[in-house]
Design a protein around this ligand. Structure first.
Ligand code: IVH
Length: 675
């Protein structure tokens, strides 16, 4: 029986709200924006045809997250209506001519940046806060993380008394790739696209972590402004933004009429591939502010602006093979090996298939012709199969059978999407050993994939730490090991035993504990003993709110709930405690040595850097402090010992003054460091 219109409407509403939640709050959408917009359009059509079943207005969603203060927008932050083809775009122009009358409409055409909207408030020319769109009327105060973006001017000369500058926070493609390379080196799942990573970064409660990921901004809009007569047109406003030093990053030519605007859209479709940020369309806005006021808005969109969405780049190609990629923690990701094809300016030969369920749901088979797409994401997605081109002998893909063929002994836990290697499997032992010996862990020269395979196959290594106890006669059994190489290996193992504590922590391969977190843990706990016996309270402070809600605060920057749970659960496994024991027996260093250049008055103290120092770059200052045994944190609290303030220091300086934290300039920092 086919679904009734009423049930169909209810189902679509439920689906839409689930996808909204994934996009706005979890920053992990399951479908493309394009598919999402299609669902919304489908719902609108159905509700128009069956108004008696129509539900309440969907609104523009809400990005509110736990742990943030909220702030009101003085002028609402609206969304944009979408158009997908020339006819729809021209209809937008026609409506405007009808309401505004006459001729001579002016437009500005800008790239639609795929990021997160923010509103920056300036009072008497001073930057006071940054707020997300939220529900349009009220959003999350993200000043702490936005303050990390140095291109935003902190003071504006001859500014209106009150000003909201609207813009888009995004992550540059090169920064996105850099972070993903780090993830790959750590064997962790890759971030799907720059937009989600930018949104996730903006909502990090831990500014030290936020500091490690560089965000950027483009400013494009005017919110509330007092006096309201300060600007006559968008062009004028954007010129002023540029003069104040805001990044605007697009030309501010004015297009006369709809034809010219349409040409500019097409031009942008060509140029967008060379832009440093992800774009999924163009935004066309009426230039004169008086015309904007006359055109008005709905509760969701302005009538004076529209988005034109470029279709995502797609291609079809043959999927030759499904291979299995094994991560550091043993998680297995199926990967489509494709006949290379040109897509959005680069050659694509692989695409992620996410997990076994995804392959089954789309019934993807080896030999199939598949459609692939690259929209905001960098890693192409397999959209589906071109069934007409399926070879007669293509068989449904049997995930478990393939694992068996590859000798991957894996299983999945109840709700988990990914198959994971069972701990004692051969592949897992090899992966763990390679990680253990890698540059970012114990840095054992000469112990790579090939040697690790031999060590595991000859049963010399069962758990990674076994490698430290292998004797010269045992090494000699392996292929390619002669007198000299055995000597080198033995020397390498001796060196490995003397390395820093964080390397041993990282070498354990605790899920979610990468190199940086290992360093933070080392600095905090100072010994493996202390880390191993840490309890929840050593990692997280539990807070009970007035209404009985429970929230958590990190004790160590970078270690939130997820990481804490990983650590606790790792050490609760007796096997893992045995590894640590074996590390101790092997003579591995498991304590943090006092920093070599430790300086009294700096060692153990927490510093926060803000503003621009006369000669020291931020990284240099951080290096000097860390070498002297100090720690650099991203946000000021009552635990901060010193705030080092330079030119244009912002809210951190104010906070330090409020809390009575000692404030240093560069000269007094140098004096403290003794240099
Ligand atoms: S104007 C009322 N201009 O797209 C005017 N928005 O789909 C609304 N966006 O919420 C904003 N680039 O986050 C404008 N050049 C641009 C934009 C842009 C990206 C985002 C913005 C907005 C969303 C609407």
């Amino acid at each position: 029986m086919s679904e009734s219109p009423r049930d169909h409407i209810l189902r679509l509403r439920k689906e839409i709200s689930e996808h909204e939640e994934l996009y706005r709050k979890k920053h992990a959408p399951k479908i493309s924006d394009f598919d999402f917009d299609k669902l919304v359009d489908q719902l609108a059509d159905l509700e128009r045809a069956h108004p008696m079943f129509a539900g309440p207005d969907l609104g523009i969603g809400d990005d509110k997250s736990e742990g943030f203060q909220q702030a009101d927008h003085k002028a609402p932050m609206l969304s944009l209506d979408n158009t997908y083809d020339e006819a729809e775009f021209r209809a937008f122009g026609d409506r405007l001519y009808k309401t505004l009358g006459g001729t001579g409409l002016e437009f500005v055409v800008e790239p639609k940046i795929d990021g997160v909207a923010v509103s920056l408030t300036f009072e008497k020319g001073k930057f006071v806060r940054a707020v997300t769109r939220g529900n349009g009327a009220r959003g999350d105060d993200v000043t702490a993380n936005v303050s990390l973006i140095r291109e935003i001017p902190r003071t504006l000369k001859s500014a209106p008394d009150f000003l909201e500058v609207r813009g888009e926070i995004y992550m540059e493609l090169t920064e996105f790739q850099r972070l993903n390379q780090l993830r790959e080196a750590e064997g962790e799942a890759l971030y799907a696209n720059p937009r989600n990573l930018a949104a996730g970064t903006l909502k990090l409660l831990d500014s030290a972590e936020a500091q490690r990921r560089r965000l950027s901004i483009v400013c494009y809009g005017l919110g509330a402004c007092e006096p309201s007569s300060a600007f006559a047109s968008l062009k004028e406003f954007k010129q002023q933004l540029e003069q104040w030093g805001f990044p605007i990053r697009d030309d501010i030519d004015v297009q006369q009429g709809v034809d010219a605007a349409w040409k500019a859209i097409q031009q942008l479709d060509i140029l967008r591939r060379d832009l440093p940020f992800p774009t999924d369309g163009a935004v066309v806005k009426v230039n004169r502010l008086e015309d904007q006021r006359r055109a008005g808005t709905t509760s969701k969109f302005p009538h004076w602006a529209v988005a034109f969405k470029f279709p995502p780049d797609q291609a079809s190609t043959i999927l030759r093979k499904i291979s299995m990629q094994v991560g550091r923690t043993g998680a297995i990701t199926p990967v489509a090996e494709l006949d290379p094809v040109l897509l959005a300016g680069s050659t694509v030969a692989r695409a992620t298939l996410h997990n076994a369920d995804e392959i089954a749901r789309k019934d993807i088979r080896e030999g199939d012709t598949v459609r692939i797409q690259k929209a905001g994401e960098i890693i192409p997605q397999v959209l589906g199969v071109v069934l007409e081109k399926r070879p007669a002998d293509a068989k449904p893909f049997d995930f478990e059978a393939r694992l068996k063929e590859l000798d991957l002994d894996a299983a999945r836990d109840g709700e988990e999407a990914a198959y994971k290697l069972r701990a004692p499997s051969r592949e897992m032992k090899i992966r763990r050993l390679v990680h253990f010996a890698s540059k970012q862990c114990l840095d054992i020269d000469g112990l790579g994939d090939a040697v690790a395979e031999q060590l595991v196959d000859s049963e010399l290594v069962n758990v990674p730490v076994d490698a430290l106890g292998i004797t010269p006669p045992q090494w000699r059994i392996l292929d390619g090991f002669k007198e000299k190489s055995v000597d080198n290996m033995m020397a390498g193992l001796e060196q490995a035993k003397q390395r820093e504590l964080w390397r041993a922590i990282h070498a354990l391969g605790i899920p979610n504990v990468g190199m940086q977190t290992a360093k933070d843990l080392s600095r905090h706990f100072k010994s493996m003993d202390k880390l191993e016996s840490a309890q929840t309270g050593d990692l997280l402070i539990t807070k009970v709110g007035k209404k009985g809600g429970v929230s958590y605060e990190s004790v160590i920057s970078g270690v939130g709930i997820e990481v804490s749970e990983s650590i606790l659960s790792f050490f609760s496994d007796p096997n893992h405690r045995d590894w640590v024991k074996a590390m101790r027996t092997a003579g591995l260093n498991l304590v943090e040595a006092a920093a070599a250049g430790s300086v009294d008055g700096v060692s153990g103290k927490t510093f926060v850097l803000t503003g621009t120092l006369p000669t020291l770059g931020r990284d240099e200052a951080r290096d000097l402090i860390e070498k002297a045994g100090g720690k650099v944190s991203g946000s000021v609290s009552k635990n901060t010992h010193y705030v080092v303030a330079g030119e244009e220091a912002g809210s951190k300086l104010t906070k330090a003054q409020e809390l009575g934290v000692a404030i240093l300039d560069e000269a007094s920092l140098r004096a403290l460091l003794g240099n």
